[in-house]
Design a protein around this ligand. Structure first.
Ligand code: NAI
Length: 257
């Protein structure tokens, strides 16, 4: 049995992933704002520190995997909450758990990014410098000052930076024997998507976002890919972003990959 720390396990993709990983015989230590072993708010530095300390205590010195699902969508106000949870709520946990993961059995981590990570490039990401400097206040101030564009910028900008942060860790994590990958889901039927659909600012663009497969994904269809990436069957998959979007990225950007 492997011990895996998960964030965002209460609902949606995280809840489905927890179920899949438990069915495969893993022990899960969940971090979430509700329904988890560790109740913590990942939008604040204090919440993240508490989450890290408490989750590590519960591992009792044995950690083999990390899956980071916690995230907020475009509709959340203030937008700075989205940059805090989506970027700092993932990157700070990854870095804090790395030393323990190095000692684990066939250790691996998966971070949930998004197809939105490719909606802007790192070179044109207005948040890149603030994220790279670890300047949470500055990243938050940029999106909070962006008016109507703040929600999309916070979401796509934080997911773009999250995928970059994972890719930049590929060398060090690989040398330490810890596999690290992201998945980039497309529209998936979860509370986050439903909240976006209910917001008149985003409902039309989300509704139009229909992939070639003709339907949105179920959370279990993300969970099965995450469970594969966490398993020994994915032993040579490292530093990859697996797009799980029903084909929409290939349609939107056929020449970029
Ligand atoms: P969800 O809303 O069902 O799940 C998000 C989870 O994060 C929940 O368990 C929630 O309680 C937790 N969470 C939110 N704020 C938190 C905070 N401040 N501290 C601790 N935990 C917090 O949404 P979903 O869709 O399952 O999202 C999971 C991940 O998948 C997110 O990172 C999201 O950005 C990503 N994603 C979702 C897509 C979709 O269409 N549903 C598409 C692409 C990416």
């Amino acid at each position: 049995m492997s011990t895996i720390i998960m964030s965002g396990c209460a609902t949606g993709i995280g809840a489905a992933t927890r179920k899949a990983l438990e069915a495969a015989g893993n022990k899960i230590i969940g971090i979430d704002i509700r329904d988890a072993e560790v109740i913590a708010d990942l939008s604040t530095a204090e919440g993240r520190k508490m989450a890290i300390d408490e989750a590590l205590k519960l591992t009792a010195g044995s950690l083999d995997g990390v899956v980071l699902c916690a995230g907020l969508g475009t509709q959340v106000k203030p937008c700075s909450k989205t940059t805090s949870v989506n970027y700092f709520g993932a990157v700070e946990l990854l870095d804090a758990f790395f030393p323990e993961l190095k000692k684990g059995h066939q250790p691996a981590a998966v971070v949930i990014s998004s197809v939105a990570s490719a909606h802007l490039s790192w070179e044109k990401n207005p948040l890149a410098a603030a994220f790279e400097a670890g300047d949470e206040a500055k990243a938050g101030a940029i999106v909070d000052a962006a008016g109507d564009q703040g929600g999309n910028l916070a979401y796509a900008g934080s997911k773009n930076a999250l995928t970059v942060a994972v890719r930049k860790r590929t060398a060090a994590w690989g040398e330490a024997g810890v596999r690290l990958n992201t998945i980039a889901p497309g529209a998936t039927e979860t509370p986050l998507l439903q909240a976006g659909l209910k917001d008149p600012r985003y409902s039309e663009s989300i509704a139009k976002f229909v992939p070639p497969l003709g339907r949105r994904a179920e959370p279990s269809e993300m969970a099965s890919v995450i469970a594969f990436l966490m398993s020994p069957a994915a032993a040579y998959v490292h530093g990859a972003q697996i797009v799980v979007d029903g084909g929409i990225d290939a349609v939107m950007r056929p020449t970029s990959f």
